[in-house]
Design a protein around this ligand. Structure first.
Ligand SMILES: [Zn+2]
Length: 284
């Protein structure tokens, strides 16, 4: 039921996105060269280009894992001994209700102010408006998101069972695109450039990555859901993620000027993938 409702929206949205992809950047070569040399994080020169993941990495730069938790890929939490980053057998998907929707219950910390709550709820709505996911305040459900302003922006991957923390620090993580990014982790999605087929679409510049951070660029055994690689995904790392000296760590191919990542919220393809993924979810 829900699938039929969103199919048309998704089709139109994907069409619009494809139409709006004159991916060749018109920037002059010298300007590009200068940007390629810019410093990552606190020396980013053009703040218009900062992606959701850039902001997350800035906030999380001094993140220390709470007891019993480790972090992978900058912002994905896992509990000992559950260290798998993938979701084998779709075991981490939230269950699908008989009406076709997937309800994700949540509670939100009273420490947030009104503006914080609006930002976080916008992140939820940007997902639910184009998908069969509905974020609902928890009543009696046993499994739910516990959204808290802990240190950093991070989430567990998929449904872990019981109460699961999703941290959105204020004010650092108070961007709706950052919130949507973390909610997509909670729905079971890893970063776009972690896809098993990413080497067809991007070059990872290993020599530019901080030596102790190369583990954040591992490929994962992802189910790519027959979806195209999405440079515009809100789950994509920025071009300079984990850069050692300001050089790019990810270069799209064959066209290196294709913009990667953004901060506005889930792309049309992100929404499409969420819906396709939900088809795999178990019925309640
Ligand atoms: Zn992330």
């Amino acid at each position: 039921m829900c699938s039929a409702m969103v199919l048309l929206c998704i089709f139109v949205a994907v069409l619009c996105q494809v139409c709006a992809l004159p991916l060749k950047n018109s920037t002059e070569p010298n300007e590009v060269k200068m940007r390629m040399k810019r410093k990552y994080s606190d020396e980013i020169e053009n703040w218009d280009e900062i992606t959701a993941m850039d902001q997350i990495l800035i906030v999380n730069s001094r993140l220390r894992a709470p007891r019993g938790v480790t972090f992978r890929d900058g912002d994905i939490a896992s509990s000992y001994p559950r260290s798998a980053i993938t979701c084998p057998g779709n075991a981490c998907l939230w269950p699908k209700s008989v009406d076709g929707f997937v309800y994700v219950p949540y509670i939100m910390s009273p420490l947030y102010d009104d503006m914080d709550r609006i930002t976080i709820e916008t992140g939820m709505q940007d997902i639910s408006a184009g998908t069969c996911v509905k974020f609902v305040p928890r009543t009696q459900q046993g499994s739910f998101l516990d959204i808290q302003p802990r240190y950093g922006c991070w989430s567990f991957l998929g449904q872990t069972g019981g109460s699961q923390t999703l941290s959105l620090q204020t004010p650092g993580c108070m961007w709706s695109g950052v919130a949507a990014h973390e909610f997509m982790h909670a729905l079971g999605f890893v970063h776009e450039q972690s896809r098993s087929d990413r080497d067809h679409y991007v070059t990872i510049v290993w020599k530019n990555i901080m030596p102790d951070q190369t583990h954040n660029f591992r490929k994962q055994a992802t189910n790519n859901l027959h979806s195209p690689y999405d440079y515009n995904s809100v789950m994509h790392y920025g071009r300079y993620a984990f850069s050692e000296d300001g050089g790019p760590t990810i270069i799209p191919k064959p066209d290196p000027y294709i913009p990667i990542g953004q901060r506005d919220g889930p792309s049309a393809l992100d929404l499409h993938k969420i819906n396709v993924n939900l088809e795999l979810a178990n019925d309640v």
